[in-house]
Design a protein around this ligand. Structure first.
Ligand code: NAP
Length: 288
């Protein structure tokens, strides 16, 4: 069997089109464009690329994006004050704090300072808690994007065993909650999991989000499984995922490429979350 590639880029473009059309509709009704404030701190090079990609994507769909680029030595007080100002600003619908922050700044404290109704990254404990309680508000972008990919290929979730490798607040944990919400039976693996291979071998749906190139050998993939590779690892001049792609695609039924699989969906979901936040703030839908 050679797996069908899940073309995240093409599916993300469909979402972008839908977001763009809905924003055009708002504009024709005389309303302002949704607006996103992105906070970037320091010189972390990959963050610079991610922020620029997000800015361009906002431009494509008509979201008004403002980048707040702060120096590496930004203080707790300065960052807290900026987030509070953005929380208060009625012209701002979404706030995105680009991670990682410099080591001197405590990520969780700042995420918790963001107003949950503007938390378009879905990282605030209120939004993670709502997902856990089966009443989702703004949902973390990567895991929401993966659910969209899985539904797109016709995944039904019921009676299926999903294995998530990686348990970070950003990807693995919300992914597990999303899969549970969708109706799958979920196993979560992390650094202290014994015999990772035996868990991976039982996965109908495998999602890997660790950040270690080829952590999962292709031979571990259950024949006919769906493989979602979230990992982004730079090797010389190209990117590879966390799964041994070439061997895995001989066993899986569906597989995401790296790049061009999950990454574009994360950005598309940020756009959709920003639109949702803007609509909710104007009372159009009841996200809160
Ligand atoms: P992270 O915060 O470093 O978390 C990695 C997770 O993997 C942790 O839960 C860690 O366990 C677990 N882990 C480490 N070694 C392991 C092992 N040997 N076996 C099983 N689990 C292990 O990373 P992240 O932010 O979740 O990102 C993971 C990867 O996804 C990175 O490559 C990142 O670049 C990529 N990513 C891609 C997108 C996208 O849009 N495509 C979005 C976000 C992230 P502990 O919890 O025990 O430490």
């Amino acid at each position: 069997m050679t797996a069908t590639l899940i073309d995240g880029k093409a599916i993300a473009q469909e979402i972008e089109s839908s977001v763009r059309e809905r924003i055009e509709q708002l504009r024709t009704e005389g309303r302002r464009a949704p607006s996103l404030a992105v906070i970037r701190i320091g010189d972390h090079a990959p963050s610079g690329i991610y922020v620029e990609n997000k800015r361009k994507a906002c431009q494509r769909v008509g979201i008004d994006a403002t980048i707040h680029a702060l120096p590496e030595d930004t203080t707790d007080v300065a960052l807290t004050s900026l987030i509070r100002d953005l929380n208060q600003d009625n012209g701002v619908d979404g706030i995105l704090l680009q991670l990682p922050l410099p080591a001197s700044l405590q990520e969780t404290a700042f995420i918790e300072t963001i107003n949950p109704s503007k938390d378009v990254d879905g990282s605030h404990p209120m939004n993670l808690g709502r997902l856990a309680a089966r009443t989702p508000g703004l949902r973390p972008c990567t895991s929401r994007g993966i659910i969209h990919l899985l539904k797109w290929i016709g995944e039904t979730f019921y009676g299926r065993h999903a294995v998530v490798v990686g348990a970070s607040n950003l990807v693995g944990r919300p992914m597990s909650l999303e899969l549970l919400l969708a109706g799958a039976t979920v196993t979560i693996c992390h650094r202290f999991t014994h015999d990772l291979e035996s868990h991976v071998r039982r996965a109908d749906i495998l999602v890997v989000a660790v950040g270690r190139p080829r952590l999962i050998p292709g031979d571990w993939i259950r024949p006919g499984a769906t493989v979602i590779d979230v990992g982004i690892n730079r090797e010389k001049d190209h990117l590879v995922g966390d799964v041994d792609f070439e061997r895995a695609r001989e066993r899986a039924q569906f597989i995401t490429p790296v790049p061009g699989g999950v990454g574009p969906m994360t950005v598309a979901m940020l756009l959709d979350n920003t639109l949702e936040a803007a609509l909710a703030r104007s009372g159009r839908v009841s996200a809160y």
